[in-house]
Ligand binder design. Structure first.
Ligand code: ATP
Ligand code: MG
Length: 323
């Protein structure tokens, strides 16, 4: 089965990306019979970030994160979207011409982001079409993503299906989203969806002290230390639950409900839990960041490997237009 996932280079890879996309995608890539396409969506990044140096350093961090979680780049495909920009953007144009305007106007992610960002550009609006091109260009079947992406994958299916119907041929493979229900949407420091562009994220690769500082910024209510607290309304508890064992979760729940246990204590516990849970990944990440030439080399190999696949898809659709 062919699997594909991309991550934007709009910031550092965060806990939401890692639990929602990177870890499940790496797991799937290890199963026999699967081949995985993991890429850095750096063309998408331009919707929110215009500074080349930042894009470059974010690209290295995201790539290092994939590698830190054990992605096997020899068995699979690892690349930057920008290095195949000619294929992605050409296909996007064709798909644009099959995308009904209201479909984009009703996209949740556009509405969410355009409410919060100061720069609402046309790239942000047509983002789902570039994403559709990213997917169908490589005949991907399974798209492991966070819940925020469900609608985008449905749009991809609709657009690809209307092309197939128009020419009465299976030009494109129709993809399916694979969403881990237990992970769903991971909340950020302020309770909104953890996002690079909203700057409400937890960077699991920070040095220990900085990670604690970031965790301390998690918003809580004002229940005094000595009083019982409702764990189910609390962001720290929600994050803790995602990485802790059932016994640890039960103990933490009891601490909240007993009173005398403050949010500060819970944040310390979350910090410790994360340092343990991500110990190996943190070490590997630091190694790759210290060796950007290794990352570059792996990406360059992947970019060569995907090129003929992209070219074949473009040839199939061009044939229909007599281009
Ligand atoms: P941006 O703010 O630039 O959109 P992002 O943080 O939302 O960045 P993306 O690059 O858009 O990250 O998404 C990469 C992958 O991570 C997608 O599969 C997405 O579903 C997943 N993901 C992003 N945020 C979360 C989250 N808060 N919870 C679970 N999964 C998430
Ligand atoms: Mg996003």
């Amino acid at each position: 089965m062919r699997i594909l996932t991309g991550i934007q280079a709009s910031g550092k890879p965060h806990l939401g990306n890692i639990l929602g996309a990177i870890m499940p995608a790496v797991e799937l890539s290890k199963q026999p019979g699967n081949d995985s396409f993991l890429f850095i969506a750096d063309l998408h990044t331009l919707t929110s970030l215009k500074d080349g140096e930042s894009i470059r350093s974010n690209t290295l961090s995201i790539a290092a994160a994939w590698l830190a979680f054990g992605f096997d780049t020899e068995k699979n495909y690892f690349y930057r979207q920008s290095k195949l920009a000619a294929y992605h953007t050409e296909l996007m144009w064709y798909l644009n011409c099959f995308t009904p305007f209201p479909m984009l106007a009703n996209a949740h992610s556009f509405k969410d982001k355009s409410d919060k960002l100061s720069d609402v550009n046309a790239g942000l609006f047509t983002y789902p079409v570039l994403q559709a091109a990213d997917i169908v260009l490589y005949d991907a079947r399974i798209i492991p993503v966070g819940k925020d992406q469900r609608q985008h994958i449905e749009m991809t299916r609709d657009i690809a299906n209307s092309v197939n119907k128009r020419y009465n041929k299976d030009i494109f493979v129709l993809p399916e989203a694979r969403i881990s229900e237990e992970v769903m949407t991971i909340p950020g420091l302020d309770g909104a969806k953890m996002s690079k562009s909203l700057n409400n994220y937890i960077d699991i690769f920070l040095p220990e002290k900085d990670l604690l500082k970031q965790i301390k910024k998690i918003v809580t209510d004002t229940t005094p230390l000595e009083e019982p607290k409702n764990p189910d309304n609390d962001i720290t508890f929600k994050l803790y639950q995602l990485m802790a064992s059932p016994a640890q979760v039960a103990e933490m729940r009891a601490n909240y409900e007993a009173g005398g246990y403050g949010y500060g204590h819970a944040k310390q516990a979350l910090h410790e839990l994360m340092l343990g849970y991500f110990k190996e990944a943190r070490e590997k990440f630091d190694y790759f960041i210290a060796h950007p030439e290794i990352i570059e080399e792996k990406l360059a190999i992947g970019e060569k490997k995907v090129q003929p696949i992209a070219e074949a898809t473009i040839a199939r659709i061009r044939a229909e237009f007599k281009f």
